[in-house]
Design a protein around this ligand. Structure first.
Ligand SMILES: NC(=O)c1ccc[n+]([C@@H]2O[C@H](COP(=O)([O-])OP(=O)(O)OC[C@H]3O[C@@H](n4cnc5c(N)ncnc54)[C@H](OP(=O)(O)O)[C@@H]3O)[C@@H](O)[C@H]2O)c1
Length: 261
């Protein structure tokens, strides 16, 4: 059984641990600076817990670093002396490059980079994965780990800032749109709780439709020539809706590139 250690029991690390524990395929451990955050993982899921990242590294074959990007450097410095002998490191941090990771670790350490999203917490996450030369053999195992919380696919590292901006931040954009739609319904006089249920159902149903139809097909099925949806599209496009989405994703990608410098 592979020994997998997660550093950082937060939103991403915690989601992974809960699903991996249910799968019973891994010998799991977790470390975090907050001991109280670790307790439920030991009590509810029987996961090994420690407040020492170094100790976790000693007892793991694969370490998943799930702390904020600015904490990654000193976490790597802490665990580095316990690495070697093929032990691998996978980071989910936005903007932190494989080069920046491997230069803090023993030469030849398998390093993987993963960009997940918060939908992992409900098992519907999307993740992209890449690796350095030494880490390529670990790609199937790490993809399998992230398939426990949704979908996982390989993507070259040069596209990671774009992916971070697209699906890493994506749930927040969809939530922004959902909120605007709910407010718009309320403005038209629909009770807030009804507007909320209608909007959530619409997003859920549209996501299912989009699995086997293009966005244009869905649009055309809804849009009667001269009808209400067509009127909405003209107004939204005039207000710069599509341009705002391009600009937002581009700003997020630039921010991610900045984290890597
Ligand atoms: N959240 C997302 O939607 C999302 C999506 C894609 C990728 N990511 C990436 O995933 C990573 C984790 O994000 P998150 O949202 O899961 O963060 P989070 O909820 O803040 O979880 C990180 C946890 O690690 C703890 N921690 C901080 N420094 C540590 C250290 N030196 N040793 C051990 N534990 C430490 C944090 O404590 P403190 O709270 O005291 O710092 C916190 O409990 C980030 O790098 C982010 O870029 C996040």
């Amino acid at each position: 059984m592979k020994r997998v250690g997660v550093i950082g029991a937060g939103k991403i690390g915690g989601s992974l641990l809960v699903r991996l524990a249910a799968a019973e395929d891994y010998d799991l451990g977790v470390s975090d600076v907050h001991e109280e955050q670790l307790r439920p993982y030991a009590e509810k899921y029987g996961i090994r817990t420690t407040s020492s990242n170094r100790e976790l590294a000693e007892s793991s074959d694969l370490l998943i670093v799930a702390v904020k990007p600015w904490d990654v450097g000193w976490v790597l410095d802490e665990v580095s002396p316990a690495l070697g002998n093929g032990k691998a490191v996978a980071s989910v941090a936005a903007g932190v490059t494989i080069n920046a990771i491997q230069e803090r670790l023993p030469a030849g350490t398998p390093v993987l980079r993963v960009m997940p999203n918060v939908c992992a917490s409900v098992g519907l996450g999307s993740a992209v994965v890449t690796a350095n030369e030494a880490g390529r053999a670990m790609l199937p195992m790490v993809m399998e780990i992230f398939r426990h919380v949704g979908e996982a696919m390989e993507l070259p590292e040069r596209l990671f800032d774009a992916a971070t901006a697209l699906h890493g931040s994506g749930p927040a954009y969809v939530a922004l749109f959902a909120d605007a739609l709910i407010q718009a319904g309320v403005r038209e006089g629909i009770p807030r709780d009804v507007a909320r249920r209608l909007v959530i159902g619409t997003i859920e149903g549209t996501a299912v439709l989009l699995k086997d139809r293009s966005a244009h097909q869905v649009r055309d099925e809804v849009m009667t020539p001269g009808g209400t949806t067509a009127a909405a599209f003209v107004a939204m496009e005039k207000a710069g809706f599509v341009g705002a989405v391009y600009d937002g994703v581009n700003a997020a990608a630039e921010q991610s590139r900045g984290l890597g410098r």
